[in-house]
Design a protein. Sequence first.
Length: 243
Amino acid sequence: MVVSKAAAARTELPVPPRTRIRWSRAHRIIPSRFPPVDLFERIADPKDWELLARLETRTNPRAREAWGEIALVPPERRVAGPGASWVMAPFCHVNAAGSRFGDGSFGVYYAAKDLLTAVTETAFHLGRFFAATREPVTRATMRVLVGKLDATLEDLRDSAYAALFDPDDWRVSQAFGRSRRADHCDGFVYPSVRRPGGDCVALFWPDVPGIPTQERHLVYEWNGSHVARWFDPQDETWHSLSL
């Protein structure tokens, strides 16, 4: 029997140790074009969302596009109230192409411990998307979300898990993420692939991170081959990126 590289690596990797992660500022960066979703922002019991959604789509059929697939998140793991959109969105609007720890069948909330790591990671992935779509030279406005994180996560910051951090091939890490999530893991803390020394988290459920707030906007500049620099209005400075 032929065993795939992903399956072999998954069986060889040990179950990670669990570490309590306490960050006063977890940074998540998303495109600013994504608006808040009214349903998630309401002070309502999340278990009633499907009913509310069915009622509202009778008069507004396009509302479903904003909510995404609510059923992907069990009611007991949903969050509601002001700012909840930022947490619920990646779990209800799943990227079918997948991500490092997500195979496209479930959502993952990614964040970084510091701003520069978050910028470097998201600039790389935005650049990869623009390259795939052959985007001409352009600028993209990004929204910085900052919130507290206090969670017990599986810790991948040991060389034993190096197979999970191939810069381009996600097959091993996706299989591992799917397996650990199925085993009730809340998420991982792991070393940034794009910025050595930085720490990131991949969280599997919306009730794991705290609800963040919008902290600022940034501008990423795509030069036709990569995101070469970013602008921070707080210091009114363009910062170079080496990706």
